[in-house]
Design a protein. Structure first.
Lengths: 328, 300
């Protein structure tokens, strides 16, 4: 249905952490497809494996204890997991860039922001210092930083969180990447700044045409940005569809529960508490047998406790991992 | 900001941190640091004494006055600081001894910091077996009783300034290595290091460009204190007979030499002692201020 070229195709990715207390299957069979220029949201609670997925794509899983033990990550048709360290380094920051959650600590305190963006520029492009500076100021301008010439020689501590996140975006986009991974990039910012940064990212996406993988626990963020959304739970994708579909007709009980827990303006005022999903995220050391959501699922049956469901196409382009998907 | 204030700023009436380059900013902050300025003043006095002194007082530091009346002279116009047990002019010996002591102190403190920084960076950054190997070696070096080995080493390597520096470096890098390793262990978990990985920086680049400058604040202080330590170390080595050889002076061997006459001529101990004291203190004050000035997070 999407006839754009496939940019990233993650197949059955499995990333485990081998800790002293046991094996943590942080990512256990995640599939994800990102087309050229597409904005994809990956949503889930803490510990569902969404950040580990991102780090697996750019192969920055801390090893030990982490290890990618299976699966394939095709990027431009080539398996990133088969690349050696040096080849991978050339891709990082060039074709795939990433921005992080904590803008306050993501910049090196001893260098000016100009130095740091220039470094990202010169690492992957053969240009001299003068041109790098020109390009850096251009990038600062692009991400909406006023007075870029003056800001160029300022240190990170002289900037606010929102400004720093803009700098991080400038750094990430300086090499014209095909894929930008945003790992909770707006989570640490307050809501108005968050909206500004999201606006900026959306604008830049339209202008530069890169694909974005947005990783967040905040459904509102992806509602504004993403074309397709995948919902992750306990290391697996449980539902995947276009953003419209997810919000209009969620089929997986988990997605349904998540959406139910968001207050709505249109509802009449009641004194009922907001519906919440019962129970807790399962401990990664003791994953439940069968469907991983079964202990918290109101619709769970004997089959759910015994067998693990496959992810299946419920309707065209809408994948659900459930034996008893909700019809809406 | 009102327009008036903007105007005032443009005219440079009040300088903000934007108006400085990094080096300029460090210098500016340093000049406002009173203790650092006092330290710098002490160091300038010492340097002037050591380097400009011989131009004013032209005496041969190694010339001996024969006979009993030449020895242990009290200060007089002929010998402003008196003479020592061989009847040599103490002031001239202070000049030339100071040059040697400062040279040894500088070179060996900086060299041991560099060695320590390299070991610490590699151990801290790579971790695992590299860390184990390097840190156990560091522990082993720290646990060696220095002086017996020093004597052995000196007898193998021969005597001279180069050898002293080498020996001080061999026994002086371990503390810096531990300092840097500890810092790197925490620094490498910082998000900006992860971000550096994410822009495709190589291991070498991350170590030297991203981690190393963040350890500089600590290393500078450690080096300045190390200069004082090295000057004292040189004194001990000289005392054992493996350092700066007679008749050449260093503050260290002057101090050690004067020990035997501490009751008869205490001034012979006071001159080099005071000089070493002032140098070490000056470097410590200055180093402390420099650390504050270098730190870009700090606003003065």
């Amino acid at each position: 249905m999407d006839n754009r070229e496939i940019l990233v195709d993650i197949k059955n990715l499995r990333t485990f952490f081998y800790t002293e207390d046991g094996v943590v299957p942080a990512v256990d069979g995640i599939d994800l497809t990102i087309h050229r220029g597409e904005v994809v949201g990956l949503v889930g609670e803490s510990g569902c494996g969404k950040s580990v997925t991102a780090l697996s794509i750019i192969r920055l899983i801390p090893n030990p204890p982490g290890k990618i033990i299976g699966g394939e990550i095709f990027f431009h048709g080539e398996d990133l997991l088969k690349k050696n360290a040096e080849e991978m380094r050339m891709i990082r920051g060039d074709k795939i860039s990433m921005i992080f959650q904590e803008p306050m600590t993501s910049l090196n305190p001893v260098y000016t922001i100009g130095d740091q963006i220039s470094e990202a520029v010169t690492l992957h492009q053969k240009i001299d210092a003068v041109e790098a500076k020109k390009r850096t100021i251009e990038m600062l301008h692009l991400v909406g930083i006023p007075e870029p010439e003056r800001r160029f020689s300022q240190y990170p501590h002289e900037m606010s969180g929102g400004m720093r996140q803009r700098v991080m975006i400038a750094m990430a986009l300086s090499s014209n990447p095909d894929l930008l991974i945003s790992d909770e990039a707006t989570t640490a910012l307050d809501v108005t700044i968050q909206a500004q940064i999201l606006d900026l990212m959306r604008g830049l996406q339209k202008k530069l045409g890169m694909a974005i993988l947005i990783i967040t626990h905040n459904l509102a963020v992806v509602a504004e940005m993403a074309e397709t959304i995948s919902i992750a739970y306990a290391g697996k994708i449980v539902e995947s569809a276009s953003a419209r579909e997810i919000f209009k007709s969620p089929h997986h009980p988990y997605t349904y529960g998540l959406l139910q827990s968001i207050p709505k303006f249109t509802e009449k005022k009641t004194n009922e508490p907001l519906p919440a999903i019962e129970g807790m995220v399962p401990s990664p050391y003791h994953m439940p047998k069968g469907c991983r959501f079964n202990p918290r699922c109101p619709f769970a049956t004997e089959k759910c406790r015994e067998e693990e469901p496959e992810i299946l196409e419920f309707s065209p382009g809408h994948l659900v991992r459930c034996f008893h998907p909700i019809e809406s | 900001m009102t327009e008036k204030a903007v105007e005032a700023r443009k005219k440079g009436q009040r300088k903000s941190s934007d108006d400085y380059t990094y080096v300029g900013m460090v210098f500016h902050r340093l000049t406002r640091h009173k203790l650092a300025m006092f330290g710098a003043f002490m160091l300038i006095v010492i340097l002037l004494f050591v380097f400009a002194g011989p131009l004013v007082w032209r005496a041969d530091p190694n010339e001996q006055i024969e006979g009993l009346e030449g020895m242990f002279n009290v200060p007089s116009p002929a010998h402003p600081l008196g003479t020592d047990d061989y009847g040599r002019d103490v002031l001239a010996r202070m000049f030339f001894g100071g040059r040697i002591s400062l040279f040894i102190g500088f070179i060996s403190a900086i060299s041991s910091t560099i060695v320590g920084a390299v070991v610490g960076l590699v151990a801290g950054y790579y971790g695992g077996w590299a860390d184990d190997l390097l840190m156990r070696f560091t522990d082993a070096m720290l646990s060696i009783p220095t002086f017996p080995l020093l004597i052995a080493l000196a007898s193998v390597m021969g005597k001279g300034i180069g050898q002293i520096i080498l020996v001080i470096v061999i026994f002086g890098w371990m503390i810096d290595a531990r300092l840097v390793r500890g810092l790197v262990l925490s620094l490498k978990e910082q998000e900006y290091i992860e971000a550096a990985h994410a822009i495709g920086a190589s291991a070498n680049r991350i170590m030297w460009r991203h981690l190393f400058p963040n350890t500089l604040a600590v290393l500078i202080v450690s080096t300045t204190i190390g200069i004082g330590g090295a000057i004292i170390y040189e004194a001990s080595i000289s005392f054992l007979g493996f350092g700066v050889q007679a008749p050449f002076a260093s503050w260290g061997n002057m101090l050690q030499n004067a020990q035997q006459f501490i009751w008869n001529s205490p001034r012979l101990i006071i001159y080099p002692g005071l000089a070493i004291f002032m140098t070490v203190l000056g470097f410590n004050f200055f180093g402390d201020g420099l650390r504050d000035a270098i730190d870009p997070k700090l606003k003065l």
